[in-house]
Design a protein around this ligand. Structure first.
Ligand code: HEM
Length: 503
Protein backbone atom coordinates (compact mmCIF):
# COMPACT_ATOMS: atom_id res chain seq x y z
CA UNK A 1 0.00 0.00 0.00
CA UNK A 2 2.81 2.40 1.02
CA UNK A 3 4.58 1.73 -2.28
CA UNK A 4 1.45 2.79 -4.21
CA UNK A 5 1.34 6.05 -2.28
CA UNK A 6 5.05 6.70 -2.84
CA UNK A 7 4.79 5.92 -6.58
CA UNK A 8 1.75 8.21 -6.92
CA UNK A 9 3.54 11.00 -5.04
CA UNK A 10 6.64 10.64 -7.27
CA UNK A 11 4.48 10.76 -10.45
CA UNK A 12 2.65 13.80 -9.10
CA UNK A 13 5.84 15.70 -8.18
CA UNK A 14 7.36 14.77 -11.57
CA UNK A 15 4.23 16.13 -13.25
CA UNK A 16 4.43 19.42 -11.32
CA UNK A 17 8.15 19.88 -12.10
CA UNK A 18 7.63 19.05 -15.78
CA UNK A 19 4.85 21.61 -16.11
CA UNK A 20 6.74 24.26 -14.18
CA UNK A 21 9.83 23.80 -16.38
CA UNK A 22 7.73 23.79 -19.50
CA UNK A 23 6.17 27.06 -18.46
CA UNK A 24 9.53 28.65 -17.66
CA UNK A 25 11.28 27.38 -20.78
CA UNK A 26 8.62 28.66 -23.15
CA UNK A 27 10.14 31.64 -24.94
CA UNK A 28 6.87 33.11 -26.18
CA UNK A 29 4.57 34.91 -23.81
CA UNK A 30 1.60 32.75 -22.86
CA UNK A 31 -1.61 34.10 -21.34
CA UNK A 32 -1.85 33.82 -17.56
CA UNK A 33 -4.13 31.28 -15.98
CA UNK A 34 -4.54 28.90 -13.08
CA UNK A 35 -1.87 26.25 -12.71
CA UNK A 36 -3.17 22.98 -14.23
CA UNK A 37 -2.95 21.34 -10.83
CA UNK A 38 -4.73 18.06 -11.41
CA UNK A 39 -2.87 15.37 -13.36
CA UNK A 40 -4.99 14.21 -16.32
CA UNK A 41 -7.85 16.62 -15.54
CA UNK A 42 -5.76 19.81 -15.52
CA UNK A 43 -8.10 22.73 -14.77
CA UNK A 44 -11.31 20.84 -15.55
CA UNK A 45 -12.41 20.58 -11.89
CA UNK A 46 -12.49 24.39 -11.72
CA UNK A 47 -15.36 24.60 -14.19
CA UNK A 48 -18.14 23.17 -12.04
CA UNK A 49 -21.66 23.00 -13.45
CA UNK A 50 -21.70 26.47 -15.02
CA UNK A 51 -18.45 26.91 -16.98
CA UNK A 52 -19.35 30.42 -18.28
CA UNK A 53 -19.71 31.64 -14.69
CA UNK A 54 -16.56 29.82 -13.56
CA UNK A 55 -14.59 31.42 -16.42
CA UNK A 56 -16.07 34.81 -15.51
CA UNK A 57 -14.88 34.46 -11.90
CA UNK A 58 -11.45 33.25 -13.02
CA UNK A 59 -11.16 36.21 -15.40
CA UNK A 60 -11.49 38.56 -12.42
CA UNK A 61 -8.32 36.97 -11.08
CA UNK A 62 -6.27 36.18 -14.19
CA UNK A 63 -7.49 38.81 -16.64
CA UNK A 64 -9.50 39.16 -19.84
CA UNK A 65 -7.42 36.54 -21.59
CA UNK A 66 -6.50 33.31 -19.81
CA UNK A 67 -4.99 30.02 -20.77
CA UNK A 68 -6.20 26.83 -19.13
CA UNK A 69 -5.65 23.15 -19.60
CA UNK A 70 -8.98 21.35 -19.74
CA UNK A 71 -7.97 17.70 -19.53
CA UNK A 72 -5.34 17.66 -22.24
CA UNK A 73 -6.99 20.41 -24.29
CA UNK A 74 -5.15 23.74 -24.39
CA UNK A 75 -7.87 26.36 -24.00
CA UNK A 76 -7.88 30.13 -24.21
CA UNK A 77 -10.81 32.14 -22.86
CA UNK A 78 -11.38 35.79 -23.73
CA UNK A 79 -13.75 37.97 -21.70
CA UNK A 80 -13.63 41.57 -22.96
CA UNK A 81 -15.08 43.34 -26.03
CA UNK A 82 -11.58 44.24 -27.32
CA UNK A 83 -10.32 40.66 -27.13
CA UNK A 84 -13.57 39.30 -28.59
CA UNK A 85 -12.89 41.62 -31.55
CA UNK A 86 -9.35 40.27 -31.92
CA UNK A 87 -10.61 36.69 -32.03
CA UNK A 88 -13.76 37.16 -34.13
CA UNK A 89 -12.67 39.97 -36.44
CA UNK A 90 -8.89 40.49 -36.58
CA UNK A 91 -8.13 36.74 -36.58
CA UNK A 92 -11.53 35.58 -37.81
CA UNK A 93 -10.06 33.23 -40.42
CA UNK A 94 -7.60 31.67 -37.98
CA UNK A 95 -10.34 30.92 -35.44
CA UNK A 96 -12.98 29.88 -37.97
CA UNK A 97 -12.87 26.15 -37.30
CA UNK A 98 -14.48 23.94 -34.66
CA UNK A 99 -12.95 21.17 -32.55
CA UNK A 100 -14.11 17.65 -33.26
CA UNK A 101 -16.18 16.04 -30.49
CA UNK A 102 -17.24 12.41 -30.10
CA UNK A 103 -20.95 13.32 -30.09
CA UNK A 104 -21.05 15.67 -33.06
CA UNK A 105 -18.96 13.20 -35.09
CA UNK A 106 -21.50 10.42 -34.51
CA UNK A 107 -24.64 12.56 -34.61
CA UNK A 108 -23.84 14.92 -37.49
CA UNK A 109 -20.80 13.28 -39.07
CA UNK A 110 -19.56 16.90 -38.93
CA UNK A 111 -21.42 17.41 -42.23
CA UNK A 112 -23.69 20.08 -40.74
CA UNK A 113 -23.08 23.81 -40.48
CA UNK A 114 -22.47 24.36 -36.77
CA UNK A 115 -19.91 21.58 -36.19
CA UNK A 116 -18.32 21.28 -39.62
CA UNK A 117 -14.62 22.16 -39.59
CA UNK A 118 -13.67 25.22 -41.62
CA UNK A 119 -13.26 24.13 -45.25
CA UNK A 120 -15.01 23.55 -48.55
CA UNK A 121 -17.98 21.64 -47.09
CA UNK A 122 -18.71 24.24 -44.40
CA UNK A 123 -18.34 27.13 -46.90
CA UNK A 124 -20.77 25.45 -49.25
CA UNK A 125 -23.32 24.77 -46.52
CA UNK A 126 -22.98 28.27 -45.15
CA UNK A 127 -23.61 29.67 -48.64
CA UNK A 128 -26.73 27.56 -48.97
CA UNK A 129 -27.99 28.73 -45.58
CA UNK A 130 -27.55 32.43 -46.40
CA UNK A 131 -28.61 32.34 -50.07
CA UNK A 132 -31.36 29.74 -49.92
CA UNK A 133 -32.66 29.12 -46.41
CA UNK A 134 -32.43 32.18 -44.16
CA UNK A 135 -33.18 34.81 -46.76
CA UNK A 136 -35.35 37.85 -46.15
CA UNK A 137 -37.76 36.57 -48.80
CA UNK A 138 -38.23 33.25 -47.00
CA UNK A 139 -38.55 35.02 -43.68
CA UNK A 140 -41.38 37.16 -45.05
CA UNK A 141 -43.01 34.25 -46.87
CA UNK A 142 -43.23 32.29 -43.62
CA UNK A 143 -44.99 35.07 -41.68
CA UNK A 144 -48.36 33.29 -41.81
CA UNK A 145 -46.81 30.27 -40.07
CA UNK A 146 -45.59 32.42 -37.17
CA UNK A 147 -48.90 34.31 -37.03
CA UNK A 148 -50.87 31.06 -36.77
CA UNK A 149 -48.61 29.28 -34.31
CA UNK A 150 -48.24 32.23 -31.97
CA UNK A 151 -51.92 33.05 -31.92
CA UNK A 152 -52.50 29.37 -30.99
CA UNK A 153 -49.86 29.80 -28.30
CA UNK A 154 -51.72 32.78 -26.87
CA UNK A 155 -54.99 30.80 -26.91
CA UNK A 156 -53.33 27.86 -25.19
CA UNK A 157 -51.99 30.09 -22.41
CA UNK A 158 -55.43 31.71 -22.08
CA UNK A 159 -57.10 28.31 -21.72
CA UNK A 160 -54.60 27.09 -19.12
CA UNK A 161 -54.76 30.28 -17.05
CA UNK A 162 -58.42 31.23 -17.38
CA UNK A 163 -59.30 29.85 -13.93
CA UNK A 164 -56.23 31.37 -12.32
CA UNK A 165 -54.02 28.31 -12.88
CA UNK A 166 -50.31 28.91 -13.59
CA UNK A 167 -48.75 27.93 -16.92
CA UNK A 168 -45.34 26.36 -17.36
CA UNK A 169 -44.33 28.90 -19.96
CA UNK A 170 -41.38 26.92 -21.30
CA UNK A 171 -43.51 23.91 -22.24
CA UNK A 172 -46.01 25.99 -24.21
CA UNK A 173 -43.30 28.13 -25.81
CA UNK A 174 -41.16 25.25 -26.91
CA UNK A 175 -44.07 23.44 -28.62
CA UNK A 176 -45.02 26.61 -30.52
CA UNK A 177 -41.42 27.33 -31.58
CA UNK A 178 -40.84 23.70 -32.58
CA UNK A 179 -43.99 23.80 -34.71
CA UNK A 180 -42.81 26.91 -36.53
CA UNK A 181 -39.44 25.30 -37.19
CA UNK A 182 -40.80 21.93 -38.34
CA UNK A 183 -43.38 23.65 -40.56
CA UNK A 184 -40.58 25.62 -42.21
CA UNK A 185 -38.44 22.52 -42.58
CA UNK A 186 -41.01 19.97 -43.74
CA UNK A 187 -44.46 21.59 -43.48
CA UNK A 188 -45.37 19.36 -40.54
CA UNK A 189 -46.75 20.24 -37.14
CA UNK A 190 -45.80 17.69 -34.53
CA UNK A 191 -46.25 19.48 -31.24
CA UNK A 192 -49.88 19.69 -30.32
CA UNK A 193 -52.21 17.80 -28.03
CA UNK A 194 -54.31 16.62 -30.99
CA UNK A 195 -51.24 15.09 -32.69
CA UNK A 196 -50.75 11.84 -30.86
CA UNK A 197 -49.94 9.53 -33.78
CA UNK A 198 -46.77 7.41 -33.76
CA UNK A 199 -44.90 9.74 -36.16
CA UNK A 200 -45.43 12.77 -33.91
CA UNK A 201 -44.53 10.83 -30.81
CA UNK A 202 -41.31 9.53 -32.34
CA UNK A 203 -40.35 12.96 -33.65
CA UNK A 204 -40.97 14.60 -30.27
CA UNK A 205 -38.92 12.01 -28.41
CA UNK A 206 -36.15 12.22 -30.94
CA UNK A 207 -35.84 15.99 -30.80
CA UNK A 208 -35.67 15.89 -26.98
CA UNK A 209 -32.95 13.21 -27.15
CA UNK A 210 -30.86 15.10 -29.72
CA UNK A 211 -31.15 18.28 -27.69
CA UNK A 212 -30.11 16.56 -24.45
CA UNK A 213 -27.21 14.72 -26.06
CA UNK A 214 -25.90 17.89 -27.71
CA UNK A 215 -25.79 19.63 -24.34
CA UNK A 216 -24.07 16.85 -22.40
CA UNK A 217 -20.50 17.27 -21.14
CA UNK A 218 -18.40 14.35 -22.40
CA UNK A 219 -15.15 13.83 -20.51
CA UNK A 220 -13.70 11.89 -23.50
CA UNK A 221 -13.65 15.16 -25.48
CA UNK A 222 -11.09 16.50 -22.99
CA UNK A 223 -9.21 13.39 -21.93
CA UNK A 224 -8.74 11.47 -25.19
CA UNK A 225 -7.17 8.39 -23.61
CA UNK A 226 -10.55 7.81 -21.92
CA UNK A 227 -12.29 7.69 -25.31
CA UNK A 228 -12.11 3.89 -25.76
CA UNK A 229 -13.62 3.39 -22.28
CA UNK A 230 -16.59 5.78 -22.81
CA UNK A 231 -16.99 5.99 -19.03
CA UNK A 232 -20.26 7.93 -19.23
CA UNK A 233 -21.78 5.36 -21.59
CA UNK A 234 -22.62 8.06 -24.14
CA UNK A 235 -21.46 6.40 -27.35
CA UNK A 236 -24.31 3.82 -27.48
CA UNK A 237 -26.79 6.69 -26.90
CA UNK A 238 -25.24 8.77 -29.69
CA UNK A 239 -25.32 5.78 -32.04
CA UNK A 240 -28.86 4.75 -31.17
CA UNK A 241 -30.12 8.33 -31.59
CA UNK A 242 -28.24 8.69 -34.86
CA UNK A 243 -29.89 5.59 -36.35
CA UNK A 244 -33.29 6.70 -35.08
CA UNK A 245 -32.68 10.05 -36.80
CA UNK A 246 -31.79 8.23 -40.01
CA UNK A 247 -35.07 6.30 -39.89
CA UNK A 248 -37.23 9.35 -39.24
CA UNK A 249 -35.52 11.58 -41.79
CA UNK A 250 -35.35 8.85 -44.45
CA UNK A 251 -39.13 8.61 -44.25
CA UNK A 252 -39.56 12.37 -44.56
CA UNK A 253 -37.08 12.63 -47.43
CA UNK A 254 -38.81 9.81 -49.34
CA UNK A 255 -42.19 11.55 -48.94
CA UNK A 256 -40.72 14.77 -50.28
CA UNK A 257 -38.95 13.13 -53.20
CA UNK A 258 -42.24 11.50 -54.27
CA UNK A 259 -44.27 14.70 -54.03
CA UNK A 260 -42.92 16.95 -56.77
CA UNK A 261 -46.08 18.90 -57.37
CA UNK A 262 -45.30 21.93 -55.24
CA UNK A 263 -45.29 25.51 -56.38
CA UNK A 264 -42.32 27.70 -55.51
CA UNK A 265 -44.21 29.47 -52.71
CA UNK A 266 -45.23 26.25 -51.01
CA UNK A 267 -41.69 24.83 -50.98
CA UNK A 268 -40.21 24.09 -47.56
CA UNK A 269 -36.52 23.94 -46.57
CA UNK A 270 -36.33 20.24 -47.44
CA UNK A 271 -37.69 20.89 -50.96
CA UNK A 272 -35.04 23.59 -51.37
CA UNK A 273 -32.24 21.33 -50.11
CA UNK A 274 -33.40 18.49 -52.37
CA UNK A 275 -33.28 20.80 -55.38
CA UNK A 276 -29.61 21.75 -54.85
CA UNK A 277 -26.59 20.05 -56.46
CA UNK A 278 -24.20 18.05 -54.26
CA UNK A 279 -21.32 19.67 -52.37
CA UNK A 280 -18.83 17.76 -54.58
CA UNK A 281 -20.17 19.62 -57.65
CA UNK A 282 -20.73 16.25 -59.40
CA UNK A 283 -23.81 14.69 -57.75
CA UNK A 284 -27.13 16.09 -58.92
CA UNK A 285 -28.42 16.55 -55.40
CA UNK A 286 -27.17 17.05 -51.82
CA UNK A 287 -26.55 13.73 -50.11
CA UNK A 288 -28.93 12.55 -47.37
CA UNK A 289 -26.25 12.70 -44.66
CA UNK A 290 -25.73 16.41 -45.27
CA UNK A 291 -29.46 17.11 -45.41
CA UNK A 292 -30.08 15.29 -42.13
CA UNK A 293 -27.18 17.07 -40.46
CA UNK A 294 -28.50 20.49 -41.49
CA UNK A 295 -31.96 19.54 -40.22
CA UNK A 296 -30.56 18.64 -36.86
CA UNK A 297 -28.61 21.87 -36.67
CA UNK A 298 -31.74 23.88 -37.26
CA UNK A 299 -33.75 21.88 -34.74
CA UNK A 300 -31.07 22.15 -32.08
CA UNK A 301 -29.83 25.69 -32.74
CA UNK A 302 -33.15 27.23 -33.69
CA UNK A 303 -35.58 26.19 -30.96
CA UNK A 304 -34.17 26.19 -27.40
CA UNK A 305 -32.31 29.45 -28.09
CA UNK A 306 -35.62 31.21 -28.73
CA UNK A 307 -37.59 29.57 -25.91
CA UNK A 308 -34.85 30.27 -23.37
CA UNK A 309 -34.54 33.93 -24.36
CA UNK A 310 -38.29 34.59 -24.13
CA UNK A 311 -38.49 32.87 -20.74
CA UNK A 312 -35.61 34.97 -19.35
CA UNK A 313 -37.19 38.15 -20.74
CA UNK A 314 -40.40 37.46 -18.86
CA UNK A 315 -38.49 36.60 -15.68
CA UNK A 316 -36.65 39.93 -15.80
CA UNK A 317 -39.86 41.80 -16.55
CA UNK A 318 -41.64 40.17 -13.61
CA UNK A 319 -38.76 41.25 -11.39
CA UNK A 320 -39.00 44.82 -12.74
CA UNK A 321 -42.65 45.96 -12.67
CA UNK A 322 -41.71 49.49 -13.83
CA UNK A 323 -40.09 48.09 -16.97
CA UNK A 324 -42.94 45.74 -17.90
CA UNK A 325 -45.37 48.64 -17.46
CA UNK A 326 -43.35 50.86 -19.82
CA UNK A 327 -43.16 48.09 -22.43
CA UNK A 328 -46.91 47.45 -22.21
CA UNK A 329 -47.73 51.17 -22.30
CA UNK A 330 -45.70 51.47 -25.48
CA UNK A 331 -47.49 48.49 -27.02
CA UNK A 332 -50.85 50.04 -26.15
CA UNK A 333 -49.84 53.36 -27.61
CA UNK A 334 -48.43 51.95 -30.88
CA UNK A 335 -50.83 49.03 -31.40
CA UNK A 336 -53.85 49.92 -29.28
CA UNK A 337 -56.55 47.52 -28.09
CA UNK A 338 -58.49 46.99 -31.31
CA UNK A 339 -56.14 44.51 -32.97
CA UNK A 340 -53.35 42.09 -32.16
CA UNK A 341 -49.70 43.11 -32.41
CA UNK A 342 -48.02 42.27 -35.71
CA UNK A 343 -44.38 41.77 -36.78
CA UNK A 344 -44.68 45.00 -38.77
CA UNK A 345 -45.20 46.93 -35.51
CA UNK A 346 -41.81 45.97 -34.10
CA UNK A 347 -39.75 48.77 -35.74
CA UNK A 348 -41.97 51.32 -33.94
CA UNK A 349 -41.58 49.62 -30.56
CA UNK A 350 -38.29 51.24 -29.48
CA UNK A 351 -38.52 50.58 -25.75
CA UNK A 352 -39.66 47.01 -26.37
CA UNK A 353 -36.64 46.42 -28.67
CA UNK A 354 -34.39 47.70 -25.90
CA UNK A 355 -35.97 45.15 -23.51
CA UNK A 356 -35.10 42.34 -25.94
CA UNK A 357 -31.51 43.61 -26.34
CA UNK A 358 -31.07 43.85 -22.58
CA UNK A 359 -32.34 40.26 -22.22
CA UNK A 360 -29.89 39.03 -24.87
CA UNK A 361 -27.13 40.93 -23.05
CA UNK A 362 -27.68 39.41 -19.61
CA UNK A 363 -28.92 36.03 -20.84
CA UNK A 364 -27.16 35.18 -24.11
CA UNK A 365 -28.46 31.74 -25.11
CA UNK A 366 -24.93 30.64 -26.09
CA UNK A 367 -22.81 32.23 -23.34
CA UNK A 368 -19.53 30.80 -24.66
CA UNK A 369 -20.63 30.84 -28.34
CA UNK A 370 -19.81 27.46 -29.85
CA UNK A 371 -16.18 26.46 -29.31
CA UNK A 372 -13.75 27.83 -31.90
CA UNK A 373 -10.27 26.40 -32.59
CA UNK A 374 -7.13 28.07 -33.93
CA UNK A 375 -6.06 26.77 -37.34
CA UNK A 376 -2.57 28.21 -36.89
CA UNK A 377 -0.57 30.02 -34.21
CA UNK A 378 -1.23 33.72 -33.67
CA UNK A 379 -1.14 36.45 -31.07
CA UNK A 380 -4.16 37.65 -29.08
CA UNK A 381 -3.89 40.50 -26.56
CA UNK A 382 -0.09 40.29 -26.86
CA UNK A 383 -0.04 36.58 -25.92
CA UNK A 384 0.94 33.64 -28.06
CA UNK A 385 -1.89 31.27 -28.97
CA UNK A 386 -0.55 28.04 -30.52
CA UNK A 387 -2.28 26.22 -33.37
CA UNK A 388 -5.08 23.81 -32.36
CA UNK A 389 -5.97 25.78 -29.22
CA UNK A 390 -9.63 25.74 -28.23
CA UNK A 391 -11.06 29.25 -27.91
CA UNK A 392 -14.03 30.28 -25.87
CA UNK A 393 -15.35 33.81 -26.30
CA UNK A 394 -17.18 34.24 -23.01
CA UNK A 395 -19.90 36.62 -24.17
CA UNK A 396 -21.62 36.19 -20.80
CA UNK A 397 -18.55 37.96 -19.32
CA UNK A 398 -18.14 40.38 -22.26
CA UNK A 399 -21.74 41.53 -21.73
CA UNK A 400 -20.95 42.22 -18.06
CA UNK A 401 -17.62 43.92 -18.69
CA UNK A 402 -17.31 47.21 -16.79
CA UNK A 403 -15.57 48.83 -19.79
CA UNK A 404 -18.69 48.18 -21.88
CA UNK A 405 -21.58 48.96 -19.57
CA UNK A 406 -22.22 51.03 -16.46
CA UNK A 407 -23.81 49.04 -13.63
CA UNK A 408 -23.45 46.10 -15.94
CA UNK A 409 -25.26 43.61 -13.68
CA UNK A 410 -28.49 45.61 -13.61
CA UNK A 411 -31.36 44.86 -15.98
CA UNK A 412 -31.84 48.28 -17.51
CA UNK A 413 -33.21 48.54 -21.09
CA UNK A 414 -32.84 52.34 -20.93
CA UNK A 415 -29.12 51.89 -21.63
CA UNK A 416 -30.01 51.02 -25.25
CA UNK A 417 -32.40 53.90 -25.87
CA UNK A 418 -30.89 56.35 -28.34
CA UNK A 419 -27.87 54.04 -28.70
CA UNK A 420 -26.83 52.58 -32.04
CA UNK A 421 -25.60 49.33 -30.45
CA UNK A 422 -27.16 46.30 -32.05
CA UNK A 423 -26.89 42.53 -31.96
CA UNK A 424 -25.75 41.97 -35.55
CA UNK A 425 -22.12 41.19 -34.68
CA UNK A 426 -20.56 44.58 -35.44
CA UNK A 427 -20.57 45.83 -31.84
CA UNK A 428 -18.21 43.70 -29.83
CA UNK A 429 -19.78 44.54 -26.48
CA UNK A 430 -23.05 42.86 -27.59
CA UNK A 431 -22.55 39.49 -29.25
CA UNK A 432 -25.49 37.17 -28.49
CA UNK A 433 -25.25 35.74 -32.04
CA UNK A 434 -21.43 35.82 -32.27
CA UNK A 435 -19.62 37.67 -35.04
CA UNK A 436 -17.49 37.01 -38.12
CA UNK A 437 -17.52 33.96 -40.35
CA UNK A 438 -19.23 31.72 -37.79
CA UNK A 439 -21.91 34.23 -36.79
CA UNK A 440 -25.34 32.66 -36.30
CA UNK A 441 -26.93 32.34 -39.77
CA UNK A 442 -30.41 32.20 -38.19
CA UNK A 443 -29.89 35.55 -36.45
CA UNK A 444 -32.67 37.51 -38.19
CA UNK A 445 -35.09 34.64 -37.89
CA UNK A 446 -34.22 34.05 -34.21
CA UNK A 447 -34.44 37.72 -33.25
CA UNK A 448 -37.77 38.15 -35.01
CA UNK A 449 -39.20 35.06 -33.31
CA UNK A 450 -38.13 36.28 -29.87
CA UNK A 451 -39.55 39.74 -30.55
CA UNK A 452 -42.91 38.68 -31.90
CA UNK A 453 -43.54 36.03 -29.23
CA UNK A 454 -42.66 38.42 -26.40
CA UNK A 455 -44.67 41.24 -27.98
CA UNK A 456 -47.73 38.98 -28.17
CA UNK A 457 -47.33 37.82 -24.58
CA UNK A 458 -47.03 41.38 -23.28
CA UNK A 459 -49.75 42.83 -25.48
CA UNK A 460 -52.31 40.12 -24.71
CA UNK A 461 -51.79 39.42 -21.03
CA UNK A 462 -50.88 40.89 -17.68
CA UNK A 463 -48.55 38.53 -15.84
CA UNK A 464 -48.50 37.49 -12.21
CA UNK A 465 -46.63 35.03 -10.09
CA UNK A 466 -48.73 32.22 -8.63
CA UNK A 467 -49.97 32.35 -5.02
CA UNK A 468 -47.92 34.34 -2.57
CA UNK A 469 -44.70 34.22 -4.61
CA UNK A 470 -43.02 37.61 -4.89
CA UNK A 471 -40.59 38.77 -7.63
CA UNK A 472 -37.67 38.53 -5.18
CA UNK A 473 -38.44 34.82 -4.74
CA UNK A 474 -37.90 34.00 -8.40
CA UNK A 475 -35.00 31.60 -8.62
CA UNK A 476 -32.41 33.00 -11.06
CA UNK A 477 -30.30 29.82 -11.21
CA UNK A 478 -29.17 28.55 -14.63
CA UNK A 479 -28.39 25.13 -16.10
CA UNK A 480 -25.70 24.58 -18.69
CA UNK A 481 -26.61 22.64 -21.84
CA UNK A 482 -27.19 23.52 -25.49
CA UNK A 483 -28.42 26.84 -24.09
CA UNK A 484 -28.59 28.27 -20.56
CA UNK A 485 -32.20 28.06 -19.45
CA UNK A 486 -33.51 28.96 -16.04
CA UNK A 487 -32.87 25.99 -13.72
CA UNK A 488 -36.44 26.04 -12.39
CA UNK A 489 -38.97 26.59 -15.21
CA UNK A 490 -41.02 29.75 -14.77
CA UNK A 491 -44.62 29.24 -13.58
CA UNK A 492 -46.81 32.27 -14.21
CA UNK A 493 -50.44 33.25 -14.30
CA UNK A 494 -51.61 35.17 -17.35
CA UNK A 495 -54.68 37.40 -17.26
CA UNK A 496 -56.21 38.71 -20.46
CA UNK A 497 -55.17 42.26 -21.14
CA UNK A 498 -56.81 42.81 -24.50
CA UNK A 499 -59.81 40.92 -25.76
CA UNK A 500 -58.44 39.00 -28.72
CA UNK A 501 -60.47 35.88 -28.03
CA UNK A 502 -63.85 37.15 -29.19
CA UNK A 503 -62.85 37.16 -32.89
C1 HEM B 1 -32.31 33.83 -30.03
C2 HEM B 1 -31.95 32.99 -30.97
C3 HEM B 1 -30.55 32.54 -31.29
C4 HEM B 1 -29.36 32.81 -30.65
C5 HEM B 1 -29.14 33.67 -29.40
C6 HEM B 1 -28.31 32.14 -31.40
C7 HEM B 1 -26.97 32.19 -31.08
C8 HEM B 1 -25.97 31.54 -31.79
C9 HEM B 1 -24.58 31.55 -31.42
C10 HEM B 1 -24.00 32.28 -30.22
C11 HEM B 1 -23.90 30.81 -32.33
C12 HEM B 1 -22.40 30.48 -32.34
C13 HEM B 1 -21.59 31.54 -33.03
C14 HEM B 1 -20.10 31.23 -32.94
O1 HEM B 1 -19.71 30.12 -32.62
O2 HEM B 1 -19.30 32.14 -33.16
C15 HEM B 1 -24.87 30.30 -33.28
C16 HEM B 1 -24.55 29.51 -34.35
C17 HEM B 1 -25.49 28.96 -35.18
N1 HEM B 1 -26.85 29.19 -35.16
FE1 HEM B 1 -27.85 30.41 -33.89
N2 HEM B 1 -28.87 31.47 -32.45
C18 HEM B 1 -30.22 31.70 -32.43
C19 HEM B 1 -31.15 31.21 -33.32
C20 HEM B 1 -30.86 30.41 -34.39
C21 HEM B 1 -31.82 29.95 -35.35
C22 HEM B 1 -33.30 30.31 -35.31
C23 HEM B 1 -31.16 29.13 -36.22
C24 HEM B 1 -31.69 28.39 -37.41
C25 HEM B 1 -32.94 28.28 -37.73
C26 HEM B 1 -29.77 29.11 -35.83
C27 HEM B 1 -28.77 28.40 -36.47
C28 HEM B 1 -27.43 28.45 -36.15
C29 HEM B 1 -26.39 27.70 -36.84
C30 HEM B 1 -26.61 26.74 -38.02
C31 HEM B 1 -25.17 28.04 -36.24
C32 HEM B 1 -23.77 27.54 -36.62
C33 HEM B 1 -23.06 28.55 -37.53
C34 HEM B 1 -21.67 28.12 -37.96
O3 HEM B 1 -20.99 27.42 -37.22
O4 HEM B 1 -21.26 28.50 -39.07
N3 HEM B 1 -29.62 29.90 -34.72
N4 HEM B 1 -26.12 30.77 -32.94
Amino acid sequence: MASIWITSAVIFVHYLIKHWNLYRRTKVKRAPGPFPFWPVLGNLPLLGKLPHQAFYKLSKRYGDIMELKLGSVRTVVVSSPELAKEVLKVHDLIFATRPETVGTKILFNQQDIAWAPYGEHWRHMRKISTLELFTLKRLEASKHVRDEEFSWLVHEIFEICKDGQPVNLRTSLSSAVMNVVTRLLIRKRYFSTDHTDDDSQEFKELSVKVMNLCGVFNISDYVPFLKPFDIQGLVPQFKQTSSQMDRVFDRVIQEHVKDKSKSDESKDFLDVLLSLPGVDGVSDRLDDITIKAVFNDILVAGTDTITTTVEWALVQLLKHPGIIKKAQDELNEVVGHERVVDERDIPQLKYFQAVVKETLRLHPAGPLLLPHESREACEVGGYHVPAKTRIFVNVWAVHRHPSAYENSLDFNPERFLGSALDTKGMDFQLLPFGSGRRICPGMNFGLLMVQIILAKLLHTFTWMLPGEESPEDIDMGEVFGVTIPKAVPLQVVAKTYINCFSH
